[in-house]
Design a protein around this ligand. Sequence first.
Ligand SMILES: *Cc1c(COP(=O)(O)O)cnc(C)c1O
Length: 462
Amino acid sequence: MRFISTRGQAPAVGFTDAVLGGLAPDGGLYVPERWPSFSKERIAGFAAMPYPQVAAEVLGAFAGDEIAPEDMLAMCEEAYASFSHKAVVPMVQIGPQTFIAELFHGPSLAFKDVAMQILARLYDHLLGRQGRKQTILCATSGDTGGAAVEAFRGAKNVKVVAIFPEGRISEVQRRFMTTAEEPNIACVAVKGTFDDCQAILKAAFQDLALRQAVDLAAVNSINFARIAAQAVYYFTTAAALGAPTRAANYVVPSGNFGDAYAGYVAMQMGLPIRKLVVATNSNDILARAFATGRYARGAVQATLSPAMDIQSASNFERLYFEAVKREPEETRRAFEAFANTGIIDIPPGALSTMQAVFTGVAISEDETVRAMVATLNETGELIDPHTAVGVAALAHVPLDGPTVVLSTAHAAKFPEDVGKATGVTPALPRGTASLASRKERFDRLPGEAETIKAYVRAFAEG
Ligand SMILES: *Cc1c(COP(=O)(O)O)cnc(C)c1O
């Protein structure tokens, strides 16, 4: 399987280079040259298969002959053994035709684990084969850092430096990063905001000498392997609800558009889906784009669902590329202009292609709180604020057939907000209960790029 850039100015690469490379050198995102697809029989068969086996089939369709099927299966089995539920992504029914798919049974209690756990195994495997060692630098405002640390701790060929704004993430989120004991993990509390952390990250990646010296890598959601790993639970949940004979709708709490785009990927691979509902909080760039055809960056507002406080959704470029019939010139023009103007006017034909599949809904803070309360009252389920954005969206869109809301975080990750809304403070599940008493280990540094860069170099070379 070859991967091409959405901007058409970079050479096609294989799976290994697409995974380890992240962003294409022309600034575009890698997408498969052709969509692999599964027959109806094969999709129906997923209903009877353990999750890791479906994951190995889906990822294997993209890896092609670059990873032996038995190696892929072994990596998927190991990755999903870290989940605390045997089904990996179980479903809970919350209405006559409505289900919640719980993506939060991984070690850091957020859906980022689903992709990160397998990504870490893929990295170690692919790097080991090349005799290469990489350093992952990630800046986190919440869930990504914890998921990355949990996934990569103990990796042989990867070191991780996670930087976060001191005092600006929750204690639970911080502890998922700072309590790892493995020496290949370093955490840094930076004096400054998340935007300062992002700027430092950018400066580090622009420093070619540093990049080469430590083989710097990123694990953000533009990595196609993460998307492929997220397509898996669309297949398993849809098959459980009767696909391909019966097609379901999906409601996806969205920020960077990786999760919802993964549903689109599953469709390209042959899975029938009726509607993909993109639920946002008041950071509604995606909801506005699908409604009006204008994709326009706004100012980021802090909400109860912080993992979705994003005003430019990286993976949208991949959908745009498909909607303009895979025209790299048009995609490049639009997204290069967006970098300067913050606006893309989606051509009418492309917009109707998008609207045939996607509906966007923006949910207020009030509605988010009400959805947490109503779900608890009507079903006894305690849901987190991100999931609540998805549940609240159900009231805005008429949907026929079975509907799955993706639950992207465990309520215990947001104990204060959930407790305040519902009167019930969620407890950490078994296995993570010791989080509060584990010893923390992190360094404190000023928010200066040069200081952090020197730290990364010393850690990588030490
Ligand atoms: C990352 C995240 C999201 C948003 O997912 P995208 O793929 O960025 O759209 C939603 N909820 C939680 C809890 C997350 O961590």
